[in-house]
Design a protein around this ligand. Structure first.
Ligand code: NDP
Length: 242
């Protein structure tokens, strides 16, 4: 059975990606950290649309949980193979660098950058054996341009972009592509505290994006037909920055 693992699939962009993966025919592994009700709602919606999947909770920022819970799942399910990995889970904890605490720096690196290493390393084995795989990392405009107040988040996302480009070159000959999608401002819980009416004036298309519009790009990169696209960063930002 071919599976798609989406980290942070309970809400926002990750939820839209889960629904897209199900639409593409994948059995979806819906990861989340603590919001079980929202994760269960994602899975119900997948099933209502005629797809299937299961919940796979673990804290992506804990390498022990990744090894124990994701590693355990892989071992216990030899008939299921993760063909698509979307490293989507992430957090921001904004502050000017001068005022940034150790915790704000460490939390953001631990939740956005480290999981890409620990999770991808586990999942890669199956892809290498099958000689096929699609890895899509959700980064950010912040990792391309750098945004004031987000030195931690910009550094983490820029780190993921570097890792994406390096890994793509390591595994390209094994039928595995590795790409990144860089959203701009997308309507989710993460951007709830932002002044949309003011900020949208800066965006050429004059609105925040929708999670489904990011999921569309992920679906494109995750498709079989995108076999010759790798080491790319695709911006989904309404023209805000390129
Ligand atoms: P949300 O805050 O809406 O949702 C975050 C999701 O990630 C939830 O499903 C949450 O699970 C999960 N999550 C957070 N931390 C962990 C963790 N430690 N372990 C497992 N799951 C975790 O975020 P968005 O949908 O807005 O963002 C998704 C991705 O897109 C992130 O990587 C973000 O950096 C990136 N992005 C978002 C932009 C935006 O404008 N929204 C812009 C650019 C990039 P739970 O429900 O259990 O808390």
């Amino acid at each position: 059975m071919k599976c798609a693992l989406v980290t942070g699939g309970s809400r926002g962009i990750g939820k839209a990606i889960c629904l897209k993966m199900a639409e593409m025919g994948y059995y979806v592994l819906v990861n989340y950290k603590s919001n079980e009700a929202e994760a269960a709602a994602t899975l119900s919606q997948i099933r209502m649309n005629g797809g299937d999947g299961e919940l796979l909770p673990f804290d992506v920022s804990s390498k022990d949980q990744v090894k124990r819970l994701l590693g355990g799942w892989i071992e216990a399910n030899p008939e299921k193979y993760i063909e698509i990995l979307v490293n989507n889970a992430g957090i921001r904890e904004d502050s000017l660098l001068f005022y940034m605490t150790d915790e704000q720096w460490e939390n953001v690196l631990k939740s956005n950058l480290d999981p890409v290493f620990y999770i991808t390393r586990l999942v890669l084995n199956g892809m290498l054996l099958k000689k096929y795989g699609r890895i899509v990392n959700i980064v950010s405009l912040s990792g391309l341009k750098g945004l004031p107040g987000q030195t931690n988040y910009s550094a983490a996302k820029a780190g993921v972009i570097g890792a994406t480009k390096a890994l793509a070159q390591e595994v390209g000959r094994h039928g595995i592509t590795v790409n990144a999608v860089a959203p701009g401002l997308i309507k989710t819980d993460m951007t709830e505290d932002m002044e949309e009416n003011e900020m949208k004036k800066l965006i050429p298309v004059r609105r925040f994006g929708l999670p489904e519009e990011v999921a569309h790009a992920v679906g494109f990169l995750a498709s079989r037909e995108s076999a010759y696209i790798t080491a790319e960063v695709l911006s989904i930002n309404g023209g805000l920055y390129s």
